[in-house]
Ligand binder design. Structure first.
Ligand code: PLP
Length: 427
């Protein structure tokens, strides 16, 4: 209560803007994940690794727009490519040279993408991948996992079921090898696809066990179903995504987020045998897939410039190594103080969970202490750190080792101030 009162007092312009926004947007919001009580901060400017609030404060952007902001806010290469694209004309209603180059760059990157198509979001990419699997197999059941998030209409984390697309879903527990194997065996003749994030993203940055993912590969093949990797978040964890890092090849995969250089983006692709169904002049199914902005000039320009000139393999490796070091140090801070927080993730992605751990599936979060999470969020906010309200961090190229050192020191302070209460579970 005290925290929230202090927050409201410190951010009057965000509060006032929230009241106005509620007149046009339900809850003042058009992107659910950005909402938190009592009202979210409003930002009006950003550069490099920083965000500036309407209330005049500067925050280190540890959220990196839920992984879409990998390049930081004002990368000069992307900015230049975008200005040039604007000058060339923005909406052609025709094919462009750049879309071919961008598609080739993606194809070269992800082994599971022999052919691909662009969309405007990760959600759309997943909807298309699932539809392709159903059309290709002539079957209807889609196996998904509790805690999985593939977009607002393919969401299995909370009570979103009424909004999900009306597919026949079979729901299993993430990282549960035996349970999932049994469920697949029971549904094999109607199983069109297994849709899985190789690391749960929104569900808490919980890595998939390599053995679990390999089992999905084997069982999909045995059942005659397609394995779809949703790599919208995880594609940033290695140059070829987790599919290449773990050497598990999906039949179809989806990407999104940062690959569009910070603009609206998604893509789905996979084995040529499946994707050829979209060849408008082919001998196959000739499924239609349109989309006015699929090849929009700005996304194509920014995405291509990012891959060609900024995101070298070594830059990506360094970013993920920085995240691994940060996660290790944060975990040690909590462990040494005996404070019940577990930091999960891989590479440049991490989440603080207010539980003792280990955390290998969303069910392990059942006893999470929501007050502890709120306390950490507002503590960091008060000291100039912006992260997801669900306590997720996604590092961008604009975050330095020094930024990470300072974050660790701030979390040490948090533990010194609140550790006893957290340990004794009096919050
Ligand atoms: N899939 C995963 C794993 C995601 O994390 C997200 C977004 O958070 C999506 C799909 C949806 O992507 P978009 O928000 O671009 O529709």
């Amino acid at each position: 209560g005290e925290l929230r009162a202090a927050y409201s007092e410190a951010n009057p312009r965000s509060a006032e803007r929230h009241e106005r926004a509620r007149r046009s947007l339900p809850g003042g919001n058009t992107r659910t994940t950005l909402f938190y009580e009592p009202f979210p901060l409003v930002f009006d400017r950003a550069e490099d690794g920083y965000l500036h609030s309407l209330d005049g404060d500067r925050y280190l952007d540890l959220l990196g727009d839920y992984t879409a902001g990998l390049y930081g806010h004002s990368n000069p290469v992307l900015t230049k490519a975008l200005h040039a694209a604007i000058d060339e004309g923005m909406s052609f209603g025709a094919q462009t040279d750049r879309e071919e180059r961008f598609a080739a760059a993606l194809r070269g990157r992800f082994p599971g993408m022999e052919l691909l198509r662009f969309t405007n979001s990760g959600t759309e990419a997943n909807l298309m991948a699932v539809a392709s699997a159903r059309a290709h197999t002539g079957r209807s059941t889609i196996l998904v996992f509790r805690g999985g998030y593939h977009g607002g209409v393919l969401s299995f984390g909370n009570d979103n079921a009424p909004l999900n697309v009306p597919h026949r879903f079979l729901l299993c527990d993430y990282n549960d090898v035996e349970g999932t194997r049994a469920a697949i065996a029971g549904k094999a003749p109607d199983l069109a696809a297994i849709l899985v994030e190789p690391m749960l993203g929104s569900g808490g940055t919980i890595p998939g066990d390599p053995g679990f993912l390999r089992m999905l590969r084997e069982e999909a093949t045995r059942a005659g179903a397609l394995l779809i990797f949703d790599e919208v978040m995880t594609s940033r964890l290695a140059p070829g995504g987790l599919q290449r890092a773990l050497d598990v090849r999906p039949d179809l995969c989806t990407v999104g987020k940062y690959l569009g250089g910070g603009l609206s983006f998604g893509a789905f692709g996979g084995r040529a045998e499946v994707m050829n169904g979209f060849d408008p002049a082919g001998t196959g199914a000739r499924w239609a897939h349109a989309g006015t902005f699929n090849n929009n000039a700005l996304t194509m320009a920014a995405g291509l410039a990012g891959l060609e000139h900024v995101l070298t393999d070594s830059a990506l490796h360094e970013l993920n190594a920085r995240g691994d070091r940060l996660r290790g140090r944060l975990s040690a801070v909590f462990a040494e103080a005996g404070v019940p927080f577990t930091v999960t993730g891989r590479g440049s992605l991490l989440t603080f969970h207010p539980v003792s751990g280990p955390v290998s599936t969303p069910a392990d979060l059942a006893n999470a202490n929501p007050v502890a999470k709120e306390l950490l969020f507002f503590y960091l906010l008060d000291r100039g750190y912006w992260m997801a309200r669900r306590a997720m961090v996604s590092l961008s190229l604009a975050i330095s080792d020094q930024d990470c050192d300072e974050l660790v020191a701030t979390v040490e302070e948090f533990v010194a101030v609140h550790g006893a209460a957290l340990r004794d579970a009096v919050l």
